[in-house]
Design a protein around this ligand. Structure first.
Ligand code: SAH
Ligand code: CA
Length: 213
């Protein structure tokens, strides 16, 4: 998942804002109790997402793929004063933990965590989004993009995680699995779409940032 030497990651973390008590506790509890804790954004990426959100000061954020709520909390910290974040996850088992940490972070009123299949939930949501973070099932990234692009404000951003997929995007065509193919198709689709301009940041597992023009 990490492309930089461990010493460089450690140096980058050392000069990055600390995650704070609530995020540190969520990080620990996720690693101690929850399956596949590698999915959690973690310190450096969490602070990158928080900083992006702080730069944008979005009024409305949509996150697809809550998991234990780590990235939701980071993104919510940058919300405009009256801003709201909606986060969706299909896994109901994590919902109580998510709500508990949102409460601890003082975000209960500003974040709504919806349990459901994002493919079904997104079409039921009202309004437009200033920032969308796509981080759920990789095979549906392109569909999520199609579902949100017309609902993303002009000048707004769509950020997708794990677009380097541990480097598997570089494997020969014959070695690609479905998720890797989907992620490669997704990156190509956005690159070719005149409605967005893109930059792929090789942070952690790869963040694709798309700005709606
Ligand atoms: N954003 C989180 C990590 C998300 S992990 C963080 O950075 O900390 C990916 C999540 O996507 C998992 O919790 C999984 O349950 C969820 N997911 C997978 N398919 C989904 C779907 N169709 N709809 C909503 N959530 C989905
Ligand atoms: Ca992720």
């Amino acid at each position: 998942m990490n492309f930089f030497p461990p010493e460089i990651d450690a140096y980058a973390e050392a000069f990055t804002r600390a995650e704070g008590e609530v995020l540190a506790a969520l990080n620990r509890e996720t690693w101690a109790k929850v399956l596949t804790p590698r999915m959690l954004s973690g310190h450096l990426q969490g602070q990158v997402l928080r900083m992006f959100s702080m730069m944008m000061r979005p009024k409305s954020v949509l996150e697809i793929g809550t998991y234990t709520g780590y990235s939701a909390i980071c993104l919510a910290e940058g919300l405009a004063e009256d801003g709201k974040l909606i986060t969706i996850d299909i896994n109901e088992e994590l919902h109580d933990m998510v709500l508990r940490y949102l409460e601890m972070a003082g975000l209960t009123g500003r974040v709504s965590a919806i349990v459901g299949n994002a493919l079904e939930v997104i079409p039921t949501l009202q309004g437009t989004f200033d920032l969308v973070f796509i981080d759920a099932d990789k095979e549906n990234y392109a569909t999520y993009f199609d579902l949100v692009i017309d609902r993303t404000a002009s000048g707004g951003f769509i950020i997708a995680d794990n677009v380097l997929w541990s480097g598997k995007v570089l494997l020969a065509d014959s070695e690609l699995d479905r998720e890797t193919i989907a992620l490669k198709d997704f990156a190509r689709k956005l690159k070719d779409d005149p409605r967005v301009e893109t930059v792929l940041l090789p942070i952690r597992d790869g963040l694709l940032v798309a700005r709606k023009v």
